[in-house]
Design a protein around this ligand. Structure first.
Ligand SMILES: [Zn+2]
Length: 588
């Protein structure tokens, strides 16, 4: 079905519409481990069996067996067909439907892939320059900032030398000038002359969730301006849709993300084991980034610089994150200008203590307003109360609101009831339109249950392995070398096995949403791919699953040999022996 739209367009539609955001308009979702749970909108139930995976961007209901991507959800929820649902979602994201020919999209996608390759070659080049003699000053500088060799390779930090060395290197690697300019790694001036964009700078690759280098940040090591220079916006890179460090921070065990200002803050915190730090890309937080953050964690700790610019950026970030219903706390670094300086001076333990004592955003705002106004002055006092009433109006919990109102009342001597009536007035003005979710009957997809419990076990093993193959390249490689498609149950399992291997074989990173879109039975594919059962050591689990599947293959073969009539007794014994020997082999 996805053939109607180019794959890249479908991907963009799904990138721009977060499944948690969209589903939340119909269903109240609660976090449960790595996924979200709620009461299914498609069948009647009292205990939630409807799950959404923010990571995989898929949904599945264990009650009525409906599932799929955000497109499948909208098809069901709004009773639309596939094309209508994609149009609905692209409208919602303000995207234009591509020309039917798809030729333009195809070109765009080709260029995007080329830019990924150029960036990857550039990243390696910068890294090697840093290790070479010419990178001596840069590596001395990095050492003076306290970064270890492990950190340098973890973040792929490099050095862009003087001259047009990268340009020459990219040409040597077969890229043409037009592609190099389009990637932003080189600039063409008015007279048509092409030169390296980044010179004599420390280079930080910006890496997306699919491990592509989408752009670079370059930092000077002296007082040259600009201090930071980023890749320009390209078809592969948008500053407002990426966060520096999220490719690593997405695996953190912390329940929150820490939002810091600079790349060096992120790198320094990660080196000290605070692996939940991310940064925006030289701009203030965007609504898109706030949404990306919300997809990962329900709490954010803002740890911006202590100067005025940092504090103003903190206020803006609070607004955007609160709009996404993210719990926001604000961390202030005492006696240091930024988290990097603080953690180097005082260590990870002290920084963890700051995290634990970070103020809820409302407390932070109250203390800022207290600094701003002189409460002995009547005019200031009125302004102070009005500013806080505006903040309190945004608090959703009535209990929480009452606590703050009472506190303000006793602090200012104004009665709680007049503060509350001011809040009511503000709330009526702000009243938001709420959507009524109306669901029309849609037939459920076929049940996944089989009557044979033993077969169910092996099918389950296949499915978990497929999920791990989608998430992990080494698992995919192991499965691809030891199993073939006949080891998988006919239908969705076999289709997924072939699909994942072919994507991996062409060097791609499988995108669960696109795979589900390409599968006939989207609900079943979503069920398989959306839940990796929180397995930490995927290769180890996969080894066991592969062993189970091979064992099943042997048993089948033995059974066939034993019951076949056109094989001699001698041949039968020989075959069985072979099978048994192999089976023992796989146990080692
Ligand atoms: Zn359901």
């Amino acid at each position: 079905m996805s053939q109607i739209f180019p794959e890249s367009f479908l991907q963009e539609v799904m990138d721009r519409n977060d499944i948690v955001d969209t589903v939340s308009r119909y269903v109240k979702l609660k976090r449960s481990g790595s996924s979200m749970k709620g009461l299914c909108p498609f069948h009647k139930e009292k205990t939630p069996s409807f799950t959404v995976s923010p990571d995989k961007q898929l949904f599945f209901c264990f009650g009525c067996q409906r599932g799929g991507t955000i497109v499948n959800f909208i098809m069901l929820a709004e009773n639309l067909d596939f094309v209508e649902a994609v149009k609905y979602l692209s409208d919602q994201a303000g995207l234009a439907i591509p020309e039917p020919s798809g030729a333009v999209e195809g070109e765009r996608e080709k260029l995007r892939q080329t830019i990924y390759k150029i960036n990857s070659v550039s990243g390696r080049f910068f890294y090697e320059c840093l290790l070479a003699d010419e990178g001596k000053a840069a590596s001395d500088y990095i050492a003076s900032r306290g970064l270890s060799q492990k950190t340098i390779s973890r973040f792929g930090i490099g050095f862009a030398p003087e001259g047009n060395r990268l340009l020459a290197h990219l040409r040597d690697n077969g890229f043409d000038d037009e592609e190099i300019v389009q990637s932003g790694m080189a600039v063409r001036n008015d007279s048509g002359h092409i030169y390296d964009r980044f010179r004599n700078r420390l280079m930080f690759p910006i890496i997306d969730m699919r491990k592509n280098i989408v752009g670079f940040g370059g930092r000077v090591m002296d007082d040259t301006t600009p201090k930071y220079l980023n890749s320009p916006e390209t078809v592969a890179f948008s500053k407002s849709y990426n966060l520096f460090g999220l490719n690593l921070a997405k695996n953190t065990k912390d329940d929150f993300l820490i939002l810091v200002e600079g790349y060096m803050d992120v790198i320094s915190l990660h080196q000290h084991g605070i692996d939940s730090a991310v940064a925006t890309l030289g701009t203030s937080l965007t609504p898109e980034q706030a949404r990306i953050i919300k997809r990962r964690k329900s709490e954010v700790i803002i740890a911006y610089d202590s100067d005025e610019a940092g504090q103003n950026a903190t206020k803006r970030a609070i607004e955007l994150l609160c709009e996404e219903d993210v719990v926001v706390r604000v961390l202030t670094v005492p006696g240091a200008k930024d988290p990097d300086e603080y953690i180097k001076k005082h260590g990870a333990g002290a920084f963890r203590a700051l995290i634990n004592s970070a103020k809820l955003q409302i407390e932070y705002k109250i203390s800022k307003l207290q600094e701003q106004y002189n409460l002995d002055n009547t005019e200031d006092k009125v302004k102070y109360i009005n500013s806080l009433a505006t903040e309190f109006a945004k608090i959703k919990s009535p209990v929480e609101r009452e606590i703050y109102v009472n506190r303000l009342a006793s602090e200012t001597g104004i009665s709680a009831s007049s503060i509350l009536s001011e809040i009511d007035r503000l709330n009526i003005a702000n009243e938001r339109r709420t959507r009524a979710g109306a669901f029309r009957g849609v037939a459920p997809v076929g049940s996944l249950k089989t009557s044979d419990p033993k077969k169910e076990n092996i099918v389950r093993a296949q499915r978990l392995l497929l999920c791990l193959m989608c998430a992990d390249a080494t698992v995919s490689e192991a499965a691809g070398s030891q199993l073939d498609s006949s080891d998988f149950e006919e239908g969705v399992n076999r289709t997924l096995f072939n699909l994942i291997l072919s994507i991996r074989a062409s060097g791609g990173e499988p995108d669960a949403r696109l795979i589900v879109s390409q599968t006939e039975d989207a609900a079943c594919a979503a069920r398989i791919l959306h839940d990796d059962q929180n397995i930490e050591d995927k290769p180890l689990a996969a080894k066991e699953l592969i062993r189970l599947i091979i064992r099943e293959r042997m048993v089948k073969k033995l059974f066939e040999t034993a019951t076949s009539s056109d094989v001699s007794q001698e041949q039968r014994i020989c075959e069985m022996e072979k099978c048994l020997r192999k089976e023992v082999g796989t146990n080692e």
